[in-house]
Each structure stands twice: as structure tokens, then as C-alpha cells.
Design a binder for this molecule. Structure first.
Ligand SMILES: [Zn+2]
Length: 511
């Protein structure tokens, strides 16, 4: 059908039947990087029927004058592994309201190892966006031999390989690592390489939250490139950043390293969110990974010698990011009054040393934290690269008493609305490509990411005057504005600026 439609359109023949929907006279930005041209987009069923001029009729006509029609955005780096299956967040409205139509889960070595089960959950009830999955190395390692700080035995490695093989057979698109997290951080390069070779056999990619985004930034990028070069997998550097004073000013060097590999013919790309703060567990920001082995942090803190070492590391982690006011608690289950307050503020209010605030939180089960550790200058260098995709590192959410990172609600309109349209840091076509055609090419998606006849009808219609993020670090759960319509597989998930509640998103299996 797709071939036939493409052929007929090429010959200038209108295919049989009417379109279900036509958007007339919008500025079409097609995901290729080209700037917009005014024209129509026609849809029939779950496919795009025509892009440019539609002379036929349509059941529904949408006036697109003054609006931008673009391919639905693909969030390469997302953590909705559980929330995309949960009743209250399955519609993924904090992403559809940004223009997203596909998310990639299983990132940073975290999430669901059982690919078939995740996809089955989407098959059964649908979702607001399509879902693509990576096999998470850390979770896989943990499933086979827990959080032990040692290499796998031969038998354990064989089990890990079998799980990777099963995941790829079930339709995963590659392998992800999180080399700062327990237990992924305990893996040597060779262990990852063994698994990446299996992934390469299926044509998948290797995505990595690299070993260090701080003092070891360049060595860590080199490690990821080495794994790609030796395994044959394309390499995706996750959330590219220069974190803490130790890495400030190094973005050009980091990019040069990647560009040198690309010049050698390797497929190396990256993704980035447009914010100077990151977000993860407080333990990952403050404590060396040896202290977290086996989940025994509380015991080690109680030990005089080890406890002193850990406290020293916590104090050093403050220094590297210019003080404990740069760590803001997003969600602490034991005491929600901490949410939105910095470690420094909590210390002052309770008369404790900031180090002891962290110690107390770690003893009672850790806290999701927002960490300010980057500089605008470094971010700006990465943003302008044509091999850097826009991705959020967030997850499907609803407003709550959590104080999450605003990237969950605002990544795409921030990059496109604020940086391209308002600040004119780069052209609109470039910004839209970073969120659509580029991530589709990185994944090897054959029929999404571009507005093209025959492609799946995943698209967004937004008003360039109002397409902006509204989420801030102080008020992070505010939905973005300016998105008027979003279609996923031809079905509206947003119509007239409102959430329809439809769940047309599919599990997208590779191959
Ligand atoms: Zn990560």
C-alpha cells in the first residue's frame, strides 16, 4: 500500500478515495532539516497520503494557516518504563503536549529487561505515544547476579548474553548502559563488548550513559566509541553534558572526539536536553559506587572508617558543583516537605551539616534529586551539532507533590520554541530535525520521523507564536503551550489544544 501510494503520488495521480484528514496551508517542516514550505498534509488511516498539495477531498479539514506542521517528535532518551503502563500516565500527556509521538525506554541501563512483557502491555491497552525499547544492561546484570562488584563468571555472562538475545528477538532496538549506576558501573569494557556483539547481530545500537560526565568525560566517550568500533554497533552517547567544574569548558573537546570517530566512518551520535541541571538519585551525585554495593550504604555509613571516607566524598561532591545549594530534592518519599528544597536549605533549617543531611537521606532510602552542575556555554556548543538529537531523559508524569526536573514537561518546546524561534540560536528546520528525522535515522526507523507520503501519520501541528515550555525549576509540572493537534498512527491524541485521552500508540518492534 505504502509503495503504491508513493508511486501514484510520484506520477501525480491522486490515489483512490478521499483523505480522512487534510491540514491545509500550514508551514510544513518535514524533519529533513529543510526550512518550511507552505502546503497541505493529507492523512488516510494510519498513513500520510500526501505532503505538499492535496487536490482531493477529505472527511475533515483543518485550517493550518500560520501554524507549523512537523513530524511527531521522537524522544530517544526516556524513562517511562513503568509509567507508560500505569493507568494515570499511560496517555503520556506531558509528552504529547510537547509534540512527542514516540518515546524510547530502557535507557541508562535501567528499566525493563523483559522486552516481550513491556511490549505486550502496550499491545493490550495502547499508550498516548509509540514505545521503542532498549535492553538495559544494569537491570540485566542485576537480574543475573545482583549488585556485586565483580566481573560475571562464564556462566553468568552466558546468561546475560541469552537475555540480550531474547530481548533483541522480542523487538528491542539495542542495548543501553548506565556506567555510573550500581551495578552497571562494575562492568568492565569487555563485558559490555560481549553483549554489544550480540546486539550488532540484530542490527541494533549501543546507547550509553557514559562512565563519567565529569573529570573522565573524554575517556568515557572514548570507551563508548571503542565498544561501537569493536562490536560494529552504532553508538549513541546519552544526554551529552559537561558536568561539574572538572568538565566545564570541555564540550568542544568532547564533540571533536565524536567528530573524529564520525570522520573515520563510525556511526556515533548523541542526545541532549536543553537545561543546565540534571536529575538522578542523590546517591549517584554524592557517593562513590563502591559504597553502594549490595545496597549496604547504611551499614557502611555506620562503620567508622568507611563512614568517614563516604562523608569526605559527599563533601567533595558539594565542592565540585559549587556548594550543597546546587542539589535540590525532587522527591523524598520519607518526608515530602523536602521536595523542592536544596540540601543546603534543609541543613540550615534543621541546624545540621549538609553532609549529614545527605547521610540521613541515604539511610532512609535515597531521594530523586535535581543537580545544577552545567554551564550554558557548554550546552550551546552541543546544541548546534547536526548529530545531536533532542531528548528529555524524563518520564510520563502527572502533576503531583513531587518537584521533578522541568525537562519532563518542556524539553521539546524549549529547544524549538525558545532556542530556535525566540533566541534564533539555530533555524527552525534544524531544531525540528533534531527531534524527528535525526532520532529516526539514529534508530533506523523506516517509516517515521519525516513528513513524507507513505510514512506513518505521526505528526504535530503547533502555533510558532505560543509553542513554549512553561515548566520551570520552581514550577516544573506545568504543561507546555502551543500544541494544537497531535496525531499518533493517524489518531488525534491532542485536538484543539486538548488531550483526547486516545491511546493509539503502539509497541514498535525492530525487524
Ligand atoms: Zn542517564
Amino acid at each position: 500500500m505504502r509503495l503504491l501510494v508513493t508511486l501514484l503520488l510520484f506520477l501525480g495521480v491522486t490515489p483512490d478515495g478521499d483523505a480522512d484528514l487534510v491540514i491545509r496551508g500550514a508551514t510544513i517542516v518535514d524533519g529533513s532539516g529543510r526550512e518550511g514550505i507552505v502546503g497541505d498534509v493529507a492523512i488516510k488511516g494510519d498513513r500520510i497520503l500526501a505532503v505538499g498539495e492535496w487536490k482531493g477531498s477529505a472527511t475533515t479539514t483543518v485550517e493550518g494557516k500560520g501554524l507549523v506542521a512537523a513530524p511527531g517528535f521522537i524522544d530517544l532518551h526516556n524513562h517511562s518504563d513503568t509509567s507508560i503502563l500505569a493507568e494515570g500516565t499511560r496517555d503520556n500527556y506531558n509528552y504529547t503536549s510537547q509534540g512527542c509521538t514516540t518515546i524510547v525506554t530502557g535507557n541508562c541501563g535501567l528499566g525493563t529487561v523483559d522486552v516481550a512483557k513491556l511490549f505486550h502491555g502496550i499491545d493490550e491497552k495502547g499508550a498516548g505515544t509509540n514505545v521503542i525499547h532498549l535492553i538495559p544492561h544494569g537491570a540485566l546484570r542485576s537480574q543475573v547476579f545482583g549488585s556485586q562488584r565483580r566481573p560475571p563468571t562464564e556462566d553468568e555472562l552466558a546468561k546475560m548474553k541469552d537475555l540480550v538475545d531474547a530481548g533483541m528477538k522480542a523487538g528491542a532496538w539495542g542495548l543501553s548502559t548506565g556506567l555510573i549506576y550500581v551495578p552497571g558501573t562494575y562492568a568492565a569494557t569487555d563485558e559490555i563488548l560481549e553483549l554489544a556483539r550480540i546486539v550488532h547481530g540484530y542490527g541494533g545500537l549501543y546507547a550509553s550513559h557514559i562512565r563519567s560526565e565529569a573529570s573522565g568525560l573524554l575517556e568515557s566517550i572514548s570507551e563508548a566509541i571503542e565498544i561501537g568500533e569493536k562490536s560494529g554497533c552504532p553508538v549513541q552517547i546519552s544526554h551529552l553534558k559537561c558536568s561539574t567544574k572538572e568538565a566545564w569548558g570541555k564540550m568542544s573537546n568532547a564533540c571533536a572526539l565524536i567528530e573524529a570517530a564520525r570522520a573515520r566512518g563510525l556511526k556515533v551520535t548523541a542526545d541532549q536536553y536543553p537545561y543546565v541541571a540534571s536529575s538522578t538519585r542523590l546517591s549517584a551525585y554524592t557517593v562513590p559506587s563502591w559504597a553502594l554495593e549490595g545496597g549496604k550504604i547504611a551499614e557502611r555509613l555506620a562503620d567508622p572508617e568507611q563512614g568517614a571516607k563516604i562523608r569526605k566524598a559527599i563533601a567533595e561532591s558539594f565542592e565540585k558543583r559549587d556548594g550543597p545549594d546546587k542539589l535540590v530534592i525532587a522527591l523524598f518519599a520519607k518526608d515530602k516537605s523536602y521536595n523542592g528544597k536544596s540540601v543546603d536549605a534543609i541543613a540550615k533549617a534543621s541546624g545540621r551539616d549538609p553532609v549529614e543531611v545527605v547521610v540521613d537521606i541515604l539511610k532512609s532510602g535515597d531521594a530523586q534529586t535535581v543537580g545544577f552542575s552545567m554551564r550554558d556555554e557548554d550546552m550551546a556548543v552541543g546544541m548546534k551539532k547536526d548529530w545531536v538529537a533532542t531528548a528529555s531523559d524524563g518520564s510520563a508524569k502527572r502533576p503531583s507533590d513531587e518537584r521533578p526536573h522541568p525537562r519532563n514537561y518542556g524539553t521539546f518546546p524549549r529547544k524549538i520554541g525558545v532556542f530556535a524561534l525566540e533566541k534564533k540560536a539555530f533555524p527552525l528546520g534544524f531544531a525540528i530535525r533534531s527531534a524527528s528525522g535525526l532520532p529516526a535515522d539514529i534508530l533506523g526507523l523506516k517509516d517515521r520521523g519525516y513528513l513524507k507520503a507513505g510514512y506513518k501519520a505521526d505528526l504535530v501541528l503547533f502555533d510558532p507564536a505560543t509553542f513554549r515550555d512553561q515548566a520551570t525549576f520552581e514550577q516544573p509540572d506545568r504543561y507546555s503551550t502551543g500544541v494544537l493537534r497531535v496525531y499518533v498512527n493517524g489518531v488525534a491524541v491532542i485536538a484543539d489544544g486538548k488531550n483526547t485521552g486516545a491511546l493509539p500508540g503502539k509497541a514498535l518492534r525492530r525487524g
